[in-house]
Design a protein around this ligand. Sequence first.
Ligand SMILES: *Cc1c(COP(=O)(O)O)cnc(C)c1O
Length: 353
Amino acid sequence: MNTGERPVDLRSDTVTQPTAGMRQAMMAAPLGDDVLGDDPTVIALQERMAAHLGKEAACYVPSGTMANQLAIRALCGAGDEIIAHADSHIIHYETGAPAALSGCMVRAVCGPKGQFRGADVLSAIRPDNIHAPASRLLSVENTQNRGGGSVWPMELLRDVTSAARSAGLLCHLDGARLWNASIASGVPMREYAAIFDTVSCCFSKGLGAPVGSIIAGDKATIRKVVRYRKMFGGAMRQSGVLAAACAYAMQNHVERLRDDHAHARRLADAIRECPGLSLSPEQRESGVETNIVYFDLNDGIGMDGQGMCAALEAQGVRMLPTAARRVRAVTHLDVDSAGIDRAIRAIRSVVRA
Ligand SMILES: *Cc1c(COP(=O)(O)O)cnc(C)c1O
């Protein structure tokens, strides 16, 4: 039992606390009323992110879910269909919002690591007749969360988006962890963004800001997004106090994502050596590409994912059971190298017990 020491919290990269420097930036930010359009800190963040992503405009929103759902609302109509991977966030973790808020269906396609090919898109596109929903939007996640934080190869992204465009579909990039993808691959964010109509990015994941996401696209689309943001209840007032944290994170917390990725690899190496545990098949094969590690509990270990996480919790280490026999660990800026050592010791002791 750890007494007094702060837990090593690997449940998600969303658990980070704002740093002292970030809090100072928040305190110092000039503020206005963003619903009236005059919060200078929000305006600056939006302009900076639009430029960073090579898009005409951007809109600051409370969450990544809202960013994705605003893109869907702005680009699709009722009865339209969205093509996305079966493991995508918009299917699993957004409460059915495409159906509830935009009247859209989602057609799931499959493939390893949360990825698929242009041929899969082509075979998912509906025929143009009165029986079928209208295929309207391709939505791609990079990095792919449930696929193990996997990074889409640029040529595969070109393959799926050009397949979509050949049939007149629009393309949305769920880039909640696009910074992680960019740091891991060396591909600039704007190169990813260039082949999509809309891009969403979260400041509250690896970047360590307390609140906020951005949605970027052309001016006409972002005008619609701003209108629907109001409709969805996501227009905020002195939100510059939050946007300041995001701007600070862009300045100070991007390059350090390399550390998170190295920590995740080191954790995965230790798990690989642990009897009774196996990295997820995909990560066993391709390695850990960014900051997310998934591992499975083998038969005979006498514990399920929940039991494992409860035992780890008692040792001051938090992870998330994501299926009966699967556990997720995510590295981030509040877990240092010593924290990874502690997590490895806890895993070893729980497995031995
Ligand atoms: C976290 C996440 C989001 C958005 O989540 P919020 O909690 O609503 O900010 C969207 N897509 C992916 C892939 C994510 O991991």
